[in-house]
Design a protein around this ligand. Structure first.
Ligand SMILES: [Zn+2]
Length: 115
């Protein structure tokens, strides 16, 4: 199963033990949207909990700060990146390139903080 950090995802019913473990690990839950792993979550523990409960490996993916698309498929560091440890605020291949990339990143981040 693939999980995009910062994006909502659904899980099958996993029982109250698993649910309360996920809540302790800072996973957000919304009745309509499902679950979400964010900067407040203990991503490493939550991924272990979910993969243990589902009996399958989890593949983590990051979201592009600028366009909200999945960043990892177009990233040259995807093979060596430990997505449980890096910042969930990342950039896709398109927005990480070019002379304006850093400015776009900083100004998008600044406008998020201002919201
Ligand atoms: Zn992007």
């Amino acid at each position: 199963m693939k999980l995009v950090l910062g994006g909502w995802f659904r899980l099958p019913r996993l029982g109250s033990d698993v649910f309360s473990a996920l809540m302790k690990q800072g996973v957000r839950y919304d009745r309509e949207l499902g679950f979400k792993l964010g900067h407040e979550s203990d991503v490493e523990s939550a991924v272990k909990t979910i993969s243990g409960a589902l009996g399958e490996d989890m593949e983590l993916s990051l979201m592009c700060l600028v366009c909200s698309n999945e960043a990892c498929p177009s990233c040259p560091y995807a093979v060596t990146c430990d997505r449980r440890k890096v910042s969930p605020i990342c950039l896709c291949g398109e927005h990480a390139r070019g002379p304006g990339a850093f400015h776009t990143y900083v100004s998008t981040f600044a406008s998020m903080l201002a919201e």
